[in-house]
Design a protein around this ligand. Structure first.
Ligand code: PLP
Length: 619
């Protein structure tokens, strides 16, 4: 059974029975918690691995259209006749946006997370979710026979054997949807108010439609004032409690990783790897990989002009792939080295005999643009590419993408940006910054698992490399790209589960939003910096050049200080810290990337304070 990736939310209704209870907002914008119920529903859908959400709007569609601006995975379509038609017409309206199996929901539902999980994980391709008795006064009863549904009706007398109540969450296969579209088209002239439930009843004898029953499910559809009151006083608190317990029951030990990646991940990303076994050559898996490639490009605003090429490797693999694939035979690269990863690019070039001109800077110091320009001028015509590290994780410095790129454009060289630890943590626009190749991996700010690296390539630049001499078989960028284009698959066996986790991590990134993630990281940095300053620590990198994702802290000279002891003390308390590496002064490092929050940093600072006191370390 395919994992469903698309959801359709019916949100056209006017909620006329609620007038007087709330203002003229559409029902999805009712609030019981912090966010409107539609946004709570969206977050739950992302939690079960949905990647595209189509909202069929009508009444006050502008509310829903705003969600589209916030979440790139949301698409809206308006049922222009929302005041004259029923739910099936809304579902029909979405026909050009539905191209696969999907979950169908109503916008005015409050439900526990389990409702989606049961529906998503059902072995049945067409599955209607049923609950036990709710006594809501507005029940739709579902007649069943063995594991099939037979009919749906608000009148229990019309039903021979009641299997349960319709919740309003269903999994619809694409085949069934096509039948629904075909069948309903003939009905609309007779009955414009035709409901999707009636359509399911009408088709149930020609198409097997199954159900899943969750006897004790907390949910409610809010149609009138009584439902609103019941939702507020009873159901919503119950849903909150159950969701918290549900997540807790699946909780995995949480370690706060303050090392520079792999970063702390959500439980939903970890759980996304537990999937049915699948051959990666199946169409379903190809679609997953395609969606990841497309979204990685979208994340850096490279739509249409860029392509993502994925590799089964750590980040260094993608750097090696890029350097060995894009430099013409008779040309050189000019490498900026102000940390271990700049130096690593030089080492890769040495290994493959790629000529490189180096701009070496003390690790911890920023790029001097004047020097950079003078090197570029001196070797004009010789240099084809300028590879550099955006966020040099060795020290935590940010090498300005915009300013370096400006110089590259001026000197007619292409740039290769190692954005390993900035991608998804710092907003990047590859078009505006004239990026030719941008490299990253799945396990840093995007908050997925280690095992996938990728290069986001400007298509025109990449195509120029078609006939360049091959330096590597596995890692040739152009060959891997053409394999994706021709087969919709990775050329070699992919790390299947890591890709499922990456899919989920990307969904969660888009849910948090580009701005939201960047702001969270910056806030964590500020809290960390202020706390460390209070303790008396000093930093390696000037604040003006700080990437605010990793901080290099100068090691205390006090003889009571010992990094390994400090590491072990903190590790036992759930915090992983990291040693320094080759900087101009001895340092240790703390990163603030990953699924961590202000509370984590506050607790970490408390532990560090306790350790400093225990060992009587003077700063
Ligand atoms: N480049 C940068 C900026 C990094 O931070 C890292 C790893 O931390 C790498 C390259 C190397 O990546 P990997 O260790 O995944 O090969």
């Amino acid at each position: 059974m395919n994992h469903v990736r698309q959801a359709v939310i019916l949100a056209a209704g006017m909620g006329s029975r609620l007038k007087g209870t709330v203002d003229d907002r559409p029902k999805g914008f009712l609030h019981f918690g912090i966010k409107p119920i539609i946004e709570e529903s969206i977050a739950k859908l992302i939690g079960i691995g949905i990647t595209k959400i189509v909202i069929v709007t009508g009444y006050h569609s502008e509310y829903y259209d705003k969600l589209k601006e916030k979440y790139p995975f949301v698409v809206t379509i308006k049922n222009q006749d929302f005041d004259k038609t029923g739910s099936m017409y809304s579902l029909f309206t979405a026909k050009n946006l539905i191209e696969n199996d999907f979950l169908l929901l109503e916008s005015d539902l409050i439900y526990e997370y389990k409702a989606l999980q049961v529906t998503q994980n059902s072995v049945f391709g067409n599955c209607i979710l049923l609950s036990g008795r709710t006594k809501s006064g507005d029940e739709v009863y579902v007649g069943t026979n063995e594991n099939r549904i037979v009919n749906l009706s608000k009148n229990p007398n019309e039903i021979k054997k009641i299997g349960g109540e319709l919740v309003g969450i269903s999994k619809i296969s694409y085949d069934l949807y096509k039948l629904m579209v075909e069948h309903s088209e003939k009905q609309f002239s007779k009955d414009p108010q035709y409901q999707y439930e009636d359509c399911l009843t009408d088709l149930s004898n020609i198409k097997e439609i199954n159900y899943e029953l969750v006897e004790d499910l907390a949910w409610i559809e809010i149609d009138d004032e009584n439902h609103f009151k019941k939702a507020k006083e009873n159901i919503y608190p119950q849903v909150q409690k159950r969701d918290a317990e549900f997540i807790v029951s699946k909780k995995i030990r949480r370690n706060v990783l303050l090392n520079p990646g792999p970063a702390t991940t959500t439980d939903t990303v970890k759980n996304a790897m537990v999937v049915g076994d699948i051959c990666p050559r199946e169409k379903e898996f190809g679609e997953l990989v395609e969606s990841i490639r497309k979204d990685l490009v979208q994340l850096v605003h490279g739509e249409d002009l860029y392509e993502a090429v994925l590799f089964a490797s750590s980040g260094t693999g993608a750097i090696e792939a890029c350097l060995t694939s894009v430099v013409p035979d008779n040309k050189s690269v000019m490498i900026i080295n102000n940390g271990a990863y700049g130096k690593r690019m030089q080492q890769i070039c040495d290994n493959f005999g790629i000529d490189h001109i180096d701009y070496n800077i003390e690790w911890g110091d920023p790029v001097d643009l004047g020097i950079l320009e003078s090197i570029l001028s001196k070797h004009k015509g010789k240099i084809s590419h300028l590879p550099f590290v955006h966020h040099e994780t060795t020290v935590g410095i940010l090498n300005s993408l915009e300013l370096i790129s400006e110089l590259a454009v001026k000197h007619n060289v292409e740039i290769i940006v190692d954005a390993m630890s900035s991608f998804a943590g710092i907003p990047i626009d590859v078009k505006k910054s004239n990026v030719h190749y941008l490299i990253s991996s799945a396990n840093k700010c995007i908050q997925g698992m280690a095992g996938i690296s990728f290069v986001i390539c400007n298509k025109d630049s990449l195509k120029k490399t078609k006939n360049y001499k091959r330096q590597s078989f596995y890692f040739n960028l152009y060959d891997n790209y053409t394999f994706f284009s021709d087969h919709n698959q990775m050329q070699f066996t992919p790390p299947v589960q890591v890709l499922y986790a990456l899919r989920q991590a990307i969904n969660e990134y888009f849910l948090e939003t580009e701005e939201g993630r960047a702001n969270r990281y910056s806030e964590l940095y500020e809290v960390l910096k202020t706390g460390l300053e209070k303790l008396g620590f000093k930093f390696l990198v000037d604040e003006n050049f700080h990437a605010k994702i990793l901080t290099s802290i100068i090691e205390p000279s006090d003889s009571n200080y010992n990094f390994t002891e400090m590491h072990d003390y903190l590790y036992e308390r759930g915090f992983t810290i990291y040693p320094g590496k080759g900087a101009k002064q001895n340092t240790f490092r703390l990163a603030n990337m990953g699924e961590i929050y202000k509370d984590d940093i506050v607790k970490f600072l408390e532990c560090l304070t306790a350790y400093k006191k225990l060992k009587n370390i003077k700063l």
